[in-house]
Write a protein that binds this ligand. Structure first.
Ligand SMILES: *Cc1c(COP(=O)(O)O)cnc(C)c1O
Length: 380
């Protein structure tokens, strides 16, 4: 089976891991953690970065840091990996799901604007309340689907107008740009990155939260490191043990050295499939809006109609690890009852998506093999 997306450990991973063992710095303190934070910040165009144990834990801490409190609502897109909604739930808040735009598969700024203007009101204390539930709206979490930045200019303009913080779920977006700008220049107060094994660069597992406001990023760091004050056993709030270890960061540093090469290869893979499948009448490419240069985390195609399950099964029988994409969050049992807008775009695309092998280490011959089998199975 040609796998969907496997780690590509082609760099200094082994050497850096040996350094960890030789130095005994294997835990949450060590030179690789600091170096990793610097490398992620530079790649993202942000001034400050905190490395975390996972993307999910980083997002959880980021939500608390921007002021999300128990009982609040947090706006997220209806189509994302479940971790986005889980992090909101971990903060004892509730997702308010709005739809994605069919042109980018990211949070639709038009529906966001309509929801904020028509479905919220300020109470006498100035809090922004969701009229239907009476809950406070506390933050917006755009998701950079497939490594594609959301349409951040209108989203951030609305966030400023409604005085809402923006925490971007940029899990797989390192290397992406928006209107020529880096991820740190898009107006998100904080952006989370994931270094899970299936992302373009991995730390085995891990995450990072970046921002330009030093005090805010310090708050994330405080939350992720047991909220310790000083060198003794003093803690000023309920913190978390969400720190990345030096072992994870050693792998992460070696991978970050390869980020430009890996993102270039991901883009090549996406462009290859798009070109090969352009002539197939029943098939559409993944979206590529003008506003962004995606990091092209995953590649594949979308059926114009129907359901991709049978096709995926046939591709897998032929040795191609074809997979579905995220299931809309309101179809997930824990989030079925959350407030939501009209999610018809999320609902209409997810079953038509096919993701295809896109490891950065995939060979050109393997890509040709995948394309040939897809063309034969999709038919003309
Ligand atoms: C991978 C991913 C996450 C979760 O990151 P972990 O490091 O696995 O916790 C969150 N959101 C999105 C969009 C992702 O793709």
């Amino acid at each position: 089976m040609i796998p969907l997306a496997i780690p590509n450990l082609a760099g200094n991973e082994r050497a850096y891991l040996n350094e960890c063992i030789d130095s005994t710095f294997v835990s949450t303190v060590g030179p690789f953690v600091n170096r990793f934070e610097q490398m992620v910040g530079e790649a993202a165009g942000y001034a400050y970065t905190v490395a975390t144990s996972a993307g999910t834990t980083g997002l959880h801490a980021a939500l608390i840091a921007v002021g999300v409190e128990p009982g609040d609502l947090v706006i997220i897109p209806g189509l994302s990996f479940i971790a986005t909604a889980n992090a909101v739930a971990h903060a004892h808040a509730l997702p308010w799901m709005l739809d994605i735009d069919s042109e980018s598969w990211t949070l639709d700024p038009r529906q966001l604007e309509k929801a904020l203007r028509e479905e919220t009101a300020r109470n006498e204390h100035g809090a922004l309340l969701h009229k239907a539930t009476g809950k406070r709206v506390a933050a917006i979490v755009p998701v950079y689907t497939l490594g594609m930045p959301a349409d951040m200019d209108p989203i951030v303009a609305l966030a400023r107008e409604f005085r809402l913080p923006v925490v971007a779920d940029g899990a797989a977006a390192l290397g992406a740009r928006y209107k020529g700008r880096s991820l740190g220049e898009l107006g998100a107060d904080l952006t989370m990155f994931s270094f899970n094994g299936n992302k373009t660069v991995t730390a085995g597992g891990g995450g990072a939260v970046s921002g330009n406001d030093e005090a805010l990023v310090k708050r994330v760091r405080h939350l992720t490191t047991t909220a310790r004050v000083g060198a003794d056993y003093d803690h000023d709030m309920v913190g978390f043990n969400y720190r990345m270890t030096n072992i994870q960061a050693a792998v992460g540093c070696a991978q970050m050295e390869l980020l430009p090469r890996f993102v270039a290869r991901k883009r090549e893979i996406s462009a290859f499939y798009d070109k090969r499948f352009a002539a197939l009448p029943g098939v559409l490419p993944f979206p590529m809006p003008d506003f962004a240069e995606s990091a092209c985390w995953f590649a594949g195609f979308v059926l114009k109609e129907g359901d991709s399950a049978a096709l995926r099964a046939r591709l897998r029988e032929k040795g191609i690890d074809a997979r579905p994409f995220w299931k809309p969050l309101h179809f997930q049992a824990p989030f079925a009852a959350c407030p939501r807008g009209d999610l018809s775009v999320s609902e209409s695309i997810w079953q038509r998506i096919v993701t295809l092998p896109c490891s950065t280490g995939i060979s050109d011959a393997e890509l040709e093999q995948v394309a040939a089998i897809v063309m034969a199975e999709v038919g003309l």
